[in-house]
Design a protein around this ligand. Sequence first.
Ligand SMILES: Cc1cc2nc3c(=O)[nH]c(=O)nc-3n(C[C@H](O)[C@H](O)[C@H](O)COP(=O)(O)O)c2cc1C
Length: 207
Amino acid sequence: MMHKQGIHIVAVTGSVRPGNFTSKALALVVDEIKQQPDARVKRIDPATTDLPLPGKGQSEDAKQIQKLISEASGVVLATPEYHGSYSSVIKLFIENMGFPSVLAGKPVALLGVAAGQIGAIKALEHLRSVCSHIGAIVLPGPVSVAGVQRLFDEQGRCLDEPTEKRIRGVATTLLDYIRRTVCPRVALEEMARRGETKWMQVVSARS
Ligand SMILES: Cc1cc2nc3c(=O)[nH]c(=O)nc-3n(C[C@H](O)[C@H](O)[C@H](O)COP(=O)(O)O)c2cc1C
């Protein structure tokens, strides 16, 4: 869905570890989105959000986030690599987004960070699979960051320019997709709703 105010992105961090690197990497994506005049971003931090285990009822926080995501143009999921997969924090977030999920039909961009040398490849593959299963439109080109603990300082500044560029690219991938694919469709639907059908006559006269 598109807002009158433009593109609205929800960005979710998948680590609740104090000083975690997933949030530091995600902060770059959030900053990149904030620099775009046509886009807004809301960050979800599960460390300060009530996300019950499945079967333990629905929290007010989960309800509010479900509404936020239903109205969002796209979502960024950022996960650490934990034990060769994505984090249980991200899984818990997904479990709280309903069944069927409010993520169905949403463009979703993925970011993964890992301490290890092979990066967050496995985390991202598993997360892609689950997101596709629930009907999200998972965008190609997930970004995996290896050896993440050497790439950020205490203040969250990225110490490696190429890595920072790749991480910021998560925002670009998502926003470009929404601008190219979702915005024109929404504009056409809006025109059709307003009864501006002249363009349809032009198109059918040409074909
Ligand atoms: C429970 C747990 C499991 C982990 N498993 C892996 C792993 O399989 N591969 C890896 O490269 N790093 C692993 N790590 C290290 C994380 O990738 C590292 O902490 C990194 O900073 C990302 O996590 P963070 O966002 O919580 O900081 C693990 C860390 C924890 C706490």
